[in-house]
Design a protein around this ligand. Structure first.
Ligand SMILES: Nc1ncnc2c1ncn2[C@@H]1O[C@H](COP(=O)(O)OP(=O)(O)O)[C@@H](O)[C@H]1O
Ligand SMILES: [Mg+2]
Length: 356
């Protein structure tokens, strides 16, 4: 008698697209030309460790997905054509330029491959902090006063409000933000901006420094199914410099500098205002599936939007977004599945959602 082959029903095939930190990579270069200026120490702050990619892979495999790892470089189009994923779980920061986070979504749209997270336009806008502030201001969302100092600009122009914080206009993960980023006069501002324009090779954002408490709000889902987690407060237990700043160094050594509190100890009306504002920003910027939004609350209880991360870090036990989820009773694996599920629903791939 002929032996009948028993085949498993095919699981969902998910490709994870990502960029790794140099320490997690085999090769040093992505094919970028060598630069004469040395890179700043936080040059690959935004990129991921392989442990994050493997944690997402494990979470997806626990839901019977077949997962392939698609590191983002110039070979990505070939990898996608060969691998043919049903959907991509995208955490790639991209390779270069102000629109680098849009590289992968734009390519996936070109090939008609569904993917998690916001599209290229939202990612592109959100990576430009000043542009995002300008858009949100037109929706009456309060954000610190600011000016952009262009690469080409030799002299500072205009009035500045001190203390001010100086940050690269198109970065994340506190890249370019340190204990010296808050300046108290024009001379300090001029010195820092000249240094950072060279170091980070992009426009610098100078913003009024808002003293007071700091919060971050996680969101997932789409349309009527948008879920806003209760805000997490970043409570400073030790100062790095004179001002409280969630800098690159503080984030890396967070256990020494901050404690997280979620739900935050704030009056109900402020919590509601923060969550409603976060939802409004998510909608205004057409975010998809998930995002994280940073706020400061001034001593006179004015709420200020600081920035949005439509591609928030997902390092387990480290990044804010998985921490917020955990505080709200959602495990890492469930968070990853919920993000994928939101994307599957958007793309009309509900048949896979039943495998919950
Ligand atoms: N206008 C501001 N006032 C006070 N603190 C700020 C301001 N802008 C940034 N910070 C501090 O710097 C940190 C990093 O800035 P942010 O704009 O969130 O950059 P990143 O995208 O690198 O996270 C914030 O979490 C906050 O602690
Ligand atoms: Mg931030």
């Amino acid at each position: 008698m002929e032996k009948r082959e028993i085949t498993e029903p095919p699981g969902l095939h998910v490709g994870i697209t990502y960029n790794l930190k140099k320490s997690s990579r085999d090769e040093k270069s992505d094919g970028q030309p060598d630069d004469l200026e040395p890179d700043p120490p936080d040059s690959d702050a935004e990129y991921d460790d392989i442990t994050t990619v493997l944690a997402i892979k494990a979470a997806l495999e626990s839901k019977n997905c077949r997962v392939s790892l698609l590191e983002v470089n110039k070979d990505l189009p070939v990898k996608l054509m060969e691998d043919k994923p049903d959907i991509v779980f995208n955490i790639a920061e991209g390779i270069g330029g102000r629109g680098r986070e849009s590289e992968v979504p734009a390519l996936l749209d070109l090939y008609g491959i569904p993917y998690t997270g916001s599209d290229e336009t939202t990612l592109c806008i959100a990576l430009d902090k000043a542009l995002t502030k300008r858009i949100l201001t037109s929706y009456h969302i309060k954000t610190p006063k600011y000016q952009v100092i262009k690469k080409e600009q030799k002299e500072l122009a205009g009035n500045f409000h001190f203390p001010a914080i100086v940050k690269p206009n198109a970065e994340g993960s506190s890249k370019g933000i340190s204990d010296v980023s808050v300046v108290t006069n024009r001379r300090e501002l001029q010195n820092l901006v000249s240094r950072d324009l060279k170091l980070y090779k992009q426009d610098m954002l100078v913003e009024e420094y808002i003293s007071g408490r700091e919060f971050t709000v996680g969101i997932f889902g789409n349309g009527d199914d948008v879920h806003v987690f209760s805000p997490m407060e970043v409570c400073y237990i030790k100062k790095e410099g004179q001002y409280n700043v969630y800098s690159y160094n503080v984030k890396r050594n967070y256990k020494d500098y901050v404690r997280y509190k979620c739900p935050a100890d704030i009056p109900k009306h402020i919590e509601t205002e923060m969550m409603n504002t976060a939802r409004k920003i998510y909608e205004v910027l057409s975010c998809r599936d998930f995002a994280r939004i940073d706020f400061r609350l001034s001593p006179d209880e004015e709420l200020y939007f600081i920035e949005i991360n439509p591609l928030p870090g997902l390092a387990p036990g480290y990044s804010d977004f998985p921490m917020i989820a955990e505080f709200n009773g959602m495990s890492y694996d469930s968070l990853i599945w919920n993000v994928l599920k939101s994307a599957l629903q958007r793309f009309g791939m509900e048949s896979y959602v039943g495998k919950d």
